[in-house]
Design a binder for this molecule. Structure first.
Ligand code: PLP
Length: 477
């Protein structure tokens, strides 16, 4: 494809994207295909000869679209939002065109420079203490591929630090002897990525009980740490969650920070979804005690109009992180190595896309106020939805409605809510996913799309109540 063909096809694709977004309502939110469906529609081997662009576009509609779950559909209320916006798409187009791989400062200086500046911008937007910013000279932020990666990197950093400290006082001890005694902590509602980080990091991970607001509290952590120390284990890492996946509850950062400081364990905060809302002053109370945290991460690609991937992670002590992850072959070194930042030492992969570009564009095009407005609107709509649920005596809400998630269920056995959700999802009118809270099967209703409005709430509630009436009537007859 030459530049002229690219101009023509590029315009067509931009038109296709704009049409897709504008007319997305006309599509079913979830697909009706079966596993293996695409092999029935596309050839089993790659084409030998070049094909026409028109044919490719035809196949997108014929083979791909029927198998797409439309995350940008106004009736998509599952998981957490997959952030998106036209400015972000344009930012990624530019990044793809520039096509640089910014693993070190020298590999493309603007990548690193813009990324570190953006992490300071957003750090200030969410009120992080100065120690987390690059301008502090000791801390700073980096874009990771996902919140899971941030948790893993935090755990590896804590593990490295703990092993190094212990070896200073016991020089003849072997790494494996320490490793087998390391133990980390999170709440029972922490995301599964924390458990996975424990598996990869080869350390024990304890899932602790939460209080009646589904929050992990300081005394629970401290009791567990004391218990484990008596057993000869070495507590070294805590992952607190701001905005749990199941019900968007908030661990008590202030209390956990006090315990972590007293006990000398590393504290990471996983705020994958809820961290976005900290750009709004009214949510900043959730971050009380943040000064005692070692690292913090959230996904702008969930709720800040930025598309995947763009997970931000800040650390207070960059040295702890980079010492755990630095390998330095000659072919990656450069003449500014001693004074420039090489982000390859801040994470797992070497190669990194220019993700700061879309973040920069999105923040500039919406402004902080525009981004705040979207988050506040989603929170308002969640409250509107909750009002509807509360007014219907067949339903109950579990957990608090603080941000854009409402957890609800039909009164009665779990099987009833389970069947309700299945019927709704099978209808293709709405898409939601379940979770378990205190042995209760609940449906999670999340505000996801950029232009969600009151009509979407009315539509969703109509679908839910009609399905509930049908189910309850069948049960009676
Ligand atoms: N942590 C929390 C609280 C989440 O809700 C999620 C996903 O929704 C994750 C971590 C995992 O995020 P990622 O897909 O970026 O790894």
């Amino acid at each position: 494809m030459d530049a002229e063909a690219f101009r023509k096809r590029g315009r067509e694709v931009v038109d296709y994207i704009a049409d897709y977004m504008t007319n997305i309502r006309t599509r079913r939110v979830t697909p009706e295909v079966e596993p293996g469906y695409i092999r029935k529609l596309l050839p089993a081997t790659a084409p030998k000869k070049a094909e026409e662009w028109e044919q490719v576009m035809k196949d997108i509609e014929m083979a791909l679209m029927p198998g797409i779950t439309h995350w940008q559909h106004p009736n998509f209320h599952a998981y957490f939002p997959a952030g998106n916006s036209y400015p972000s798409i344009l930012g990624d187009m530019l990044s793809d065109a520039i096509g640089c791989i910014g693993f070190s400062w020298a590999a493309s200086p603007a990548c690193t420079e813009l990324e570190t500046l953006m992490l300071d911008w957003v750090g200030k937007m969410i009120g992080l203490p100065k120690q987390f910013l690059h301008t502090s000279g000791k801390g700073g932020g980096v874009i990771q591929g996902s919140a899971s990666e941030s948790v893993l990197v935090a755990l590896l950093s804590a593990r490295h630090h703990t092993i190094k400290l212990l070896k200073q006082s016991q020089p003849y001890i072997e790494d494996y002897q320490i490793l087998s005694r390391l133990v980390g902590y999170c709440s029972k509602l922490a995301h599964s990525c924390v458990e996975k980080a424990g598996i990869i990091g080869f350390v024990k991970m304890r899932h602790l009980d939460v209080d009646n607001k589904f929050a992990l509290r300081g005394h629970v952590l401290e009791d567990a740490i004391e218990e484990d120390k008596k057993l000869g284990l070495i507590p070294f890492f805590v992952c607190a969650t701001l905005g749990t996946t199941a019900c968007c509850s908030f661990d008590n950062i202030y209390e956990l920070g006090e315990v972590a400081k007293r006990q000398g364990v590393y504290l990471h905060v996983d705020a994958a979804y809820a961290g976005n809302a900290l750009i709004c002053q009214e949510f900043c109370y959730l971050n009380e005690g943040i000064e005692n945290v070692d690292s913090f991460s959230f996904n702008t690609n969930k709720w800040l109009q930025v598309n995947f991937d763009c997970s931000l992670m800040w650390v207070k002590n960059v040295d702890d992180l980079t010492k755990a992850l630095t390998v330095d072959p000659l072919y990656l070194q450069h003449k500014h190595g001693d004074k420039a930042i090489d982000l390859r030492h801040w994470g797992i992969p070497l190669s990194r896309r220019f993700r700061a570009l879309k973040l920069w564009i999105v923040i500039r095009i919406y402004g902080v106020e525009g981004l705040q407005k979207r988050i506040r609107e989603h929170c308002r709509l969640a409250k509107l939805f909750a009002t509807r649920v509360r007014a219907d005596e067949r339903f109950e809400i579990l957990g608090e409605v603080t941000m854009g998630l409402v957890c609800f269920r039909l009164l009665g056995p779990n099987s009833l809510t389970q069947r309700l959700l299945k019927n709704i999802n099978d209808s293709g009118q709405l898409h939601m996913v379940p979770a378990m809270l205190n042995e209760h099967y609940i449906i999670r209703f999340v505000l996801c799309t950029e232009h969600a409005n009151d009509m979407d709430i009315h539509f969703a509630w109509n679908v839910i109540t009609s399905a509930a009436s049908e189910l309850l009537n069948q049960r009676l007859s």
